[in-house]
Design a binder for this molecule. Structure first.
Ligand SMILES: [Fe+2]
Length: 215
């Protein structure tokens, strides 16, 4: 499942971690994807199911809750696929950010929910204020900052509030759980350097599952 030394020994798609709690969330998401056409209404309707996963203990294997010293995000950040739809329509993953470490500023390019399972994170959200006309350049402004602890979560509804970074402020690693309507770590998205005004293509990758050669 999340074995870093043998990531190719496990299925790359489907339930990489086959736990009833994860199946319950994916089943509910599939049901709501069929019955609610509005992304905003769908993520709202998903809140109770997502809260149940964050509140449950014992379903996240220890090896999906570890730092990853080969991380493409740097800082020992580990990203572990728990569920991946083969058609790229949905994924669930854990993100482990060691104490004091921060992600790059990045976007997600899909609707979803992100919540804290362990530890505490500071989140800084940006709004993009340029028109995107100049390749490689992006002008960002801080839109909001918030602190999140276990059980707290937020929704992603691009393009609103889709660009952010998170930093672990607890003494222990933070673990956040992500439910997103793409194959987040394998799609080409963006990382930003607000102080320099730059944006570059970014594919974070999973520690425990390969990405297709190019997507
Ligand atoms: Fe993120």
């Amino acid at each position: 499942m999340c074995d870093l030394d043998h990531p190719h020994d496990h299925p790359a798609f489907g339930f990489l971690v086959d736990a009833p709690e994860i199946r319950a969330l994916v089943d509910e998401t599939r049901r709501l994807m069929k019955t609610i056409s509005s992304d905003a209404e769908r993520v709202d309707a998903l809140r109770p199911a997502f809260a149940r996963l964050l509140a449950a203990d014992g379903w996240l294997p220890n090896d999906c809750a570890q730092a990853d010293d080969k991380s493409r995000m740097g800082g020992g950040i580990g990203q572990y696929a728990l569920y991946r739809a083969e058609d790229g329509s949905l994924c669930v993953f854990s993100l482990v950010v060691p104490a004091g470490a921060a992600t790059p500023v990045h976007d997600h390019l899909a609707w979803g929910l992100v919540g804290i399972y362990r530890g505490t994170q500071d989140e800084t959200v940006y709004r993009r204020v340029d028109d995107g006309a100049e390749p490689g350049r992006a002008t960002l402004e801080v839109a909001k900052r918030q602190t999140l602890g276990p059980g707290e979560f937020y929704t992603l509804l691009p393009p609103t509030d889709d660009i952010h970074y998170v930093k672990t402020i607890s003494d222990t690693p933070s673990i956040s759980i992500h439910l997103l309507a793409n194959d987040t770590a394998c799609v080409w998205r963006h990382r930003f350097e607000p102080a320099k005004g730059t944006v570059t293509p970014f594919r974070s990758g999973y520690a425990n599952a390969p990405c297709p050669p190019d997507v």
